[in-house]
Design a protein around this ligand. Sequence first.
Ligand code: THU
Length: 130
Amino acid sequence: MNLLEAAADVRLRAYAPYSRFKVGAALRATSGAVHVGCNVENVAYPEGTCAEAGAIAAMIASGDTRIAEVFVIADSPAPVPPCGGCRQKIAEFADLDVKVTLCTTEGLQKVMTVAELLPGLFTAAHMDRT
Ligand code: THU
């Protein structure tokens, strides 16, 4: 399945009545399966969830645990970057060289690696005292 098309398709189902900014995310797990997510807002604003978080939740619920590739799309003037929290969420399940393609609905794309998105990332090794 084409990840760009999957992200664009799920974006249309985003629930974003407050920001009116719909985001779609599609990721391919290392199994080859594609998982998608969209942002789901809430009247209690901090309770809203990002598209990337939704795709990751779908991946974990399906039994996959590793990300091979990610696409994120929004109707933004420049390719939409994942928020800080989503960068950390992606890094939990992806190697540093995994590509994250940031897209606009008008066709602009920017490819970044997980390492570029989150330099100096916090890892489990930072909790290791031995
Ligand atoms: N949003 C995402 O879903 N992913 C991103 O990478 C950036 C922001 C959502 C959260 C909120 O519903 C809306 O976009 C505006 O911030």
